[in-house]
Design a protein around this ligand. Structure first.
Ligand code: RIB
Length: 293
């Protein structure tokens, strides 16, 4: 079983030719609301592959919250530890996607900002039983730390959005997942090799169209991505993390899990919206067969 402690948002997605610079107004070509949030997207990515997933987080007592719970239930994610916050609204992400498929995101955290160590303690039986605990940084750091230190299984931290991490949190992580920008926040360099300076057993650096690099103290292995023309890169990293967690939960090696995650991440960029292109198990197996992996 996988425990995901994290955020859930409603995404408001608009397509633009280019992202606005400060002070600029750009005209978009339509918008849509979609389910999102890094934690929730990662939970759904793992559930689509057939993993048992329990989500721990907070949502508002509003229409968005009700819709987002419905999405979790349709995807088969256990929401028995998702608290409906009586005061804060559901999280909202305002996303623009340009013609190159690149996104720009502003998150109004809402109820996600009120996930607390006591919410995490309330789910301690889940965290003790989980094979994998999957974390991100869209909820308060004290809740992330409580989840990392309160878990018995493999702890994966996707350090997104970029932030500095305490020594205490780093020491509780088994697998750190970062992109180049997040890595640069932690080490001062976006070079994957710089991950060796971090006190974690393994760092997986996601490299977009260049795949990923698995960095350990004395080894580094590159995993190539599938060639695609991206429509929307939103959620590609979340798909990667959810599929990585699903692989480890299934008992696969880190290397095999990363290979599957890279392919799934490439599939995710082929449609607009964080979850639209996320593959199901059979879709991922089909792509892996085609690639001969
Ligand atoms: O990683 C993509 C996600 O980031 C979006 O779904 C948005 O909600 C933000 O949390």
């Amino acid at each position: 079983m996988i425990a995901v402690v994290g955020s859930v948002n409603r995404d408001l997605v608009a397509r633009v030719e280019h992202h606005p610079v400060p002070g600029e107004t750009v005209l978009g070509s339509g918008h849509e609301t979609m389910p999102g949030g890094k934690g929730a997207n990662q939970a759904v990515a793992a559930a689509r592959l057939g993993s048992d997933v329990v989500f721990i987080g907070r949502i508002g007592a509003d229409e968005a919250g009700r819709d987002l719970i419905g999405e979790f239930e349709r995807e088969g994610v256990d929401v028995s530890h998702l608290t409906v916050d009586p005061e804060a609204p559901s999280g909202l992400a305002i996303i623009t996607v340009d013609d190159a498929g690149e996104n720009s995101i502003v998150v109004s955290t809402g109820a996600n900002g009120r996930v607390s160590p006591s919410d995490v303690e309330g789910a301690s039986a889940v965290l003790m039983a989980a094979t994998v605990t999957l974390l991100q940084l869209e909820i308060p750091m004290d809740a992330v730390l409580a989840a990392a230190t309160g878990s018995e299984g493999i702890v994966i931290l996707n350090a997104a959005p970029a932030a500095h991490l305490s020594a205490e949190l780093l020491s509780a992580i088994d697998v750190l997942v970062v992109n180049r920008g997040e890595l640069a926040t932690l080490t001062g360099s976006g070079d994957p090799g710089s991950a060796r300076s971090l006190p974690v057993p393994v760092t997986v650096v996601t490299l977009g169209a260049d795949g990923a690099r698995i960095v350990r103290a004395d080894t580094g292995e590159s995993v190539a991505a599938m060639e695609t023309t991206p429509v929307d890169t939103t959620g590609a990293g979340d798909t990667f993390c959810g599929v990585l967690a699903a692989g480890l939960d299934d008992g696969l090696s880190l290397e095999s899990s990363v290979k599957r995650a890279v392919v799934a991440g490439s599939m995710a960029v082929m449609a607009i919206g964080a979850r639209t292109g996320m593959p199901t198990g059979p879709e991922l197996e089909g792509a892996l067969r085609t690639l001969g992996s």
